[in-house]
Design a protein around this ligand. Structure first.
Ligand SMILES: [Fe+2]
Length: 313
């Protein structure tokens, strides 16, 4: 059974037009009604209207039709049903209530990001010319949606659903803080499950070309809304990604990231099960300050809880 990619996310928010316009200003293209993407990947974020913000669908890819049958059996073993058709399967996440849709196929390949020539101590690789990074003429847009992080009131059951039901792989786990990094692609994590009192999205993440692209877009966001920056810039310990986290206009946290660990060979990757005295705040090799509680739990968690109650979840 082999999942290959995170294809896109559907986000339900009270004002999808405002969120769409925000992402248009960050360089994502409107590729259809409520659909944001890139020239290479037409659908990365799909936006729909709801009275509280939540993820409403996660779409992933698998290699072949037989994978769908394996997933169906994995779900059945957990006592969960699924629906399927030619080349697809849909399941409802038992904790969150969102749909996970698995499709046979792969995400469109990405053109390699331009590697900028960097001068370093002792290495003058770029001589007699300015860096393209200094010119700000072409501010790079996000390249793809990379991962989504869920806060679950039952992290163990959520991990069981994604791993034993859907076939995600565990990259690293931090048992002391009930957090598990899961992948459905070569990215270190496509989904991260962490604890929360109410099922909620912690953040979604978009991959950028490099640290300059994060800096350029990040400063642009802060210039537009000075209080939008939540956490960063920094580099995570688990996954190694450079990050900067912001709040979007719907109140959802998102991350611009680059340089995440890639896992191609399960045998070679040394899974890290952290010691029990793991400090949950030690999540970055370096970082720029935040109110970390805002990072771990959405500030609008009560609104989300009320929305879920109205929706009968
Ligand atoms: Fe992240």
């Amino acid at each position: 059974m082999a999942l290959t990619d995170l294809l896109d996310l559907q986000l339900a928010v009270p004002d999808p037009d405002a969120l769409q316009e925000f992402w248009n200003r960050r360089g994502l293209l409107t590729t259809g009604p409520g659909c944001l993407g890139t020239p290479e990947r037409a659908s990365q974020l799909r936006l729909i209207d709801d009275d509280y913000r939540h993820v409403s669908e996660v779409r992933v890819a698998c290699s072949e039709e037989s994978d769908l049958r394996s997933i169906s059996m994995g779900l059945e073993a957990l006592g969960l049903s699924s629906t399927s058709g030619d080349g697809w399967l849909e399941s409802v996440d038992p904790i969150f209530g969102h749909t996970v849709r698995v499709e046979v196929g792969t995400a469109a390949p990405l053109a390699p990001a331009t590697v900028r020539t960097m001068n370093r101590p002792g290495v003058s690789a770029r001589i007699d010319r300015r860096s393209e990074a200094a010119l700000r003429e072409d501010v790079p847009a996000p390249r793809r949606v990379g991962h989504v992080v869920f806060g679950s009131p039952d992290p163990a059951r959520s991990v069981e659903y994604y791993v034993n039901g859907l076939g995600f792989k565990v990259s690293d786990s931090l048992p002391a803080v009930q957090s598990t990094f899961l992948r459905c692609s070569t990215d270190h994590h496509s989904v991260l499950i962490m604890p929360a009192p109410v099922p909620c999205m912690n953040h979604y993440a978009l991959e950028m070309d490099d640290i300059d692209a994060i800096g350029l877009r990040g400063i642009e966001i802060v210039q537009e809304r000075p209080d939008a920056s939540i956490y960063g810039m920094g580099r995570h310990v688990v996954g190694s990604n450079v990050f900067w986290y912001f709040l979007d206009p719907a109140g959802g946290m998102f991350e611009l990231f680059t340089d995440m660990d890639q896992i191609h060979d399960d045998e070679k990757w040394e899974r890290d099960v952290r010691r029990d005295d793991w400090d949950p705040f030690t999540i970055a090799a370096y970082e720029s300050g935040i109110s970390k509680m805002d990072f771990f739990l959405p500030v609008d968690i009560d609104t989300i809880a009320a929305g879920r109650e109205r929706a009968g979840l």
